[in-house]
Structures are given as C-alpha cells and as structure tokens.
Ligand binder design. Structure first.
Ligand SMILES: Nc1ncnc2c1ncn2[C@@H]1O[C@H](COP(=O)(O)OP(=O)(O)O)[C@@H](O)[C@H]1O
Ligand SMILES: O=C(O)[C@@H](O)C(=O)COP(=O)(O)O
Length: 424
C-alpha cells in the first residue's frame, strides 16, 4: 500500500470527521485507532487517518505519539502528512498544536507550514488570522466554556505564537483569493524570513482548494477537515489519486441493541440531549457521584439494561457551563474530566457485553475513552449522518459494531435520532 495522504488526528471524533471528508472527496480512506498493529488487515486505501487521543494530554507525550504515527505513515509512502486539529483550535497555551507541529516540521524538514482550522461547511472560517464560529469570533462562541480547553483568543497567530518555538506568519484572504501562485510566493517570503508556520485565511471551499494545491506540494500541513478537503481535491485534480465514488462500507446491517452516550457539554450536545428526551429514555448521570466513586456507572447500567430491548436509550453526563465550573472548582478540571470519561468507558463496555452493537457517542475525549475500552483497532467510513459525522463500522474488533463518534459541536438538533436511523 502506498499512501497518497497520511493523517494524524488529535482525537477520535476529529479523525472520523476527517475520514468522512476525505471519503466524500473521492479518497479511499480508513481510520485507525493509534498506530496500527502489523497484523491489522487494512484494505487498499489512498489515505489513512491515525486517531490519537493527544489533544489534552501532556505536550511531550502528544509529540512522541504523533511522531510515531508520522513514522508509520511515511513508512507507507505518505509524501504529505496532515496533522488534524479541531476546527475550533482546541488547545491550551501549553499545547498541543504548537509542540506537535514543531516536532513534525523538524522531522520532515518543512521550511514553512500552512495552518488553518477553517471548515466552512460547519461555519468555521478564518479571516485576518481570526477564527469565527458561525457569526461570532471564537472567544465569544460556546468554546469559551469548553470543560478542558476554554478558548479565549480568536487570533490564531497569537494563539500559536504562545505554543510554538517558531515565529508565526499570516497568509491573508487577499493573497488566497489571488490564487495558488500568490500563496506560494507569500509562503516563500515567510520562509525566507525564517518564519516556520503561517495561519492561512479561508472563508469558502474554493479558498481551501487553493490552499490544498499549495499544501500538497509540501510535506506537512496542520488544520481541520477543510484543509483535508483541499488536499483531497488537489490529489484528485492533479491525477495523483483516482477518484473513488464514496462506497457505503457499512452496508450490511449489524442489528443488535442500540444506545447513546453523551459526555460533551457543548451547547449543541445539550440541545440534542433535550430533543432526544422526546423519543427515547434519557438518564442524566450525577457527575459528582461519578467522581466520588459512588456506584454511578452501575446505577446507569441497572437503569439501561431492562430498557434496551424496547429501543435505544441515552446516558448523559453533560451539564451546563455553570455546573461544569462548579464541579471543576470542587474536584479539579482534569480529575473531573478523567473520572467521567472512565465512567463512560465502563458503561460502554458493559453495554456491549449486554448486546449493544450500535453505539452513538457524543464528545471527542469521551469517544476516545469509549473506543479505547472497546479495543476497536479501526473503522471503515460509511454514510454521513451530519457534516463531519459518518457512520463507522468497526474493523478488527471483538464484535461487529456500528458507531457514530460525534464532535460535541457537530450535528443538528435531532442528531441522536438522525444517527440511529442510519445505523442498522
Ligand atoms: N458534567 C460534567 N462536568 C464536568 N466535566 C464533564 C461533565 N461531563 C463531561 N465532562 C468532561 O468534559 C469533557 C468533554 O470533552 P469531550 O468529550 O471532548 O467533548 P467535546 O466534543 O464537546 O469537546 C470530557 O473530559 C468529559 O469527561
Ligand atoms: O474539527 C472539528 O471540529 C472536529 O473534527 C473535532 O476535532 C471535534 O473535536 P471535539 O469537539 O472534541 O469532539
């Protein structure tokens, strides 16, 4: 297998979002969980997205895991590696976007790396280096209240300067609009000044196509699914990849019981949970009891198991920003997040032992904890439920399963029923 594109995603929902985008753009794509073991049977593909759970871990660890993934991808012929980050640039001043970018850049000897989280299909646009989420700057969006990495600065040049050892430049929209040659010239100018990375503006998909053409000539880029779209279209338009029509790899029904888990506290997920109350039983976990170890996961399982035969259920830890802040003040941010993720993984593991074969998970870190516990090595990409969220079919796992890993912020108000309708 010679890869046209190698991707390293810093969380599992982000990886499935990117795998979905690449598939829709004509690349045969598989998502792996971590660096694949040698005995994992992978189909013949154009792109592999290695999913890491490296967004919120210590920077040194994120760097070493990303470098291992990069080595594996380059070893399979990937001339270009995309480091997939969140379209809302989720990170803290301690990392991990800057440190991972610096390390991958050093490994491949890239002079100046293009960086953009723009993903217009989901309302993420970048102008003059400022990230907008829908109509508002990042720091005014619900991401200001994220439980793990609240985002308080929409100026990504400033944000990345705080995380990276290299200087950060800007390629503005006026340059992008002038086309690929103008971007090439600007990038060369920045590289000539010793500037190692540049935030590049993008508002429309056509901007990402221009960016993709230039990025594909380089060894490394950093961004969300938008730049993935640009790269995929560039690989197809330059004939490096023969466009494949997106197949419905998740074709044959798996049947079995269905359940949903929500650990995301995003505004979108809170609304989706409220709407799900109308169509399925919903259990709201008590997050404080999870942290103090008072049998909350067992309570959830005792509640869920008798109901599953009647139809899907939803178990949620999600709370409002005020409640999250109060819990974190009492127990600490990382301890609270970790305990709740592990409780979700405990619940998922027992649900699968009880016959659940269709599982919807809301939240990136939450999905990471669940998929790790289920020891699923990889996914084939199926139909799209909502922008950035495909149906996934587990490969190499103990049970034949369908999953949907939803980024907290993605999906329409009826996401849970939309997902279950497509997961048969
Ligand atoms: N009620 C809660 N209070 C505090 N933290 C919570 C609560 N529920 C979930 N969490 C934690 O918040 C984080 C949500 O992150 P994640 O799952 O990545 O969602 P998103 O996709 O919205 O970023 C996880 O670490 C999760 O365990
Ligand atoms: O780019 C995006 O927004 C998503 O693909 C993503 O990374 C989601 O992260 P979470 O919101 O933490 O699920």
């Amino acid at each position: 297998m010679t890869l046209a594109l190698g991707c390293i995603a810093d969380d599992y929902t982000g990886a499935s979002d990117l795998a979905n985008t690449l598939t829709r753009a004509g690349l045969r794509t598989v998502q792996t969980i971590g660096v694949p073991a040698d005995d994992l049977a992978l189909p013949e593909v154009d792109a592999v997205v290695v999913s890491l759970k490296s967004r919120s871990i210590e920077a040194g660890l994120a760097v070493s895991r990303s470098r291992a993934a990069e080595a594996w991808l380059r070893g399979r012929g990937a001339g270009h590696v995309l480091f997939k980050i969140c379209s809302t640039f989720d990170s803290t001043d301690a990392g991990n976007i800057g440190p991972v970018m610096d390390a991958l850049r050093a490994d491949c000897g890239e002079a100046a790396v293009l960086v953009t989280p723009a993903f217009p299909e989901t309302g993420r646009t970048v102008y003059q280096g400022n990230l907008f989420v829908g109509a508002v700057p990042l720091n005014e969006s619900p991401l200001k209240d994220h439980p793990l990495n609240p985002m308080h600065d929409s100026n990504l040049v400033r944000v990345l300067v705080r995380q990276s050892r290299t200087q950060i430049g800007l390629v503005d929209l006026a340059t992008v609009t002038r086309g690929a040659d103008a971007v090439r010239a600007r990038l060369a100018e920045l590289a000539g000044k010793g500037i190692g990375a540049a935030i590049i503006d993008a508002v429309f998909d056509r901007d990402l196509e221009t960016i993709g053409l230039v990025a594909a000539e380089h060894r490394l880029s950093v961004g969300a699914s938008g730049i993935g779209l640009g790269l995929a279209r560039a690989l197809v338009s330059t004939g490096k990849v023969q466009s494949a029509s997106p197949s419905s790899e998740t074709g044959a029904p798996v049947g079995g019981l269905a359940a949903c888990l929500a650990g995301s506290c995003s505004q979108a997920t809170l609304q989706q949970i409220a709407n799900a109350e109308r169509i399925m039983p919903v259990l709201h976990l008590d997050p404080a009891r999870i942290i103090t170890g008072s049998g909350e996961a067992q309570r959830a399982l005792d509640w869920a198991r008798p109901r599953l035969a009647e139809g899907p259920v939803l178990i949620a830890s999600s709370s409002t920003p005020d409640q999250v802040a109060a819990l974190q003040a009492r127990h600490g941010r990382d301890a609270a997040g970790h305990a709740i993720e592990q409780a979700m993984a405990d619940i998922a593991e027992t649900l699968v032992k009880s016959g659940v074969r269709r599982l919807v998970v809301a939240g990136g870190e939450t999905s990471g904890a669940v998929v790790d516990r289920l020891r699923i090595p990889g996914f084939l990409v199926g139909v799209e439920i909502a922008a950035g969220v495909p149906v996934l079919r587990a490969v190499g796992a103990e049970s034949d399963m369908l999953l949907a890993l939803k980024s907290g912020n993605f999906g329409g108000a009826e996401f849970f029923s939309d997902a279950l309708r497509l997961m048969r």
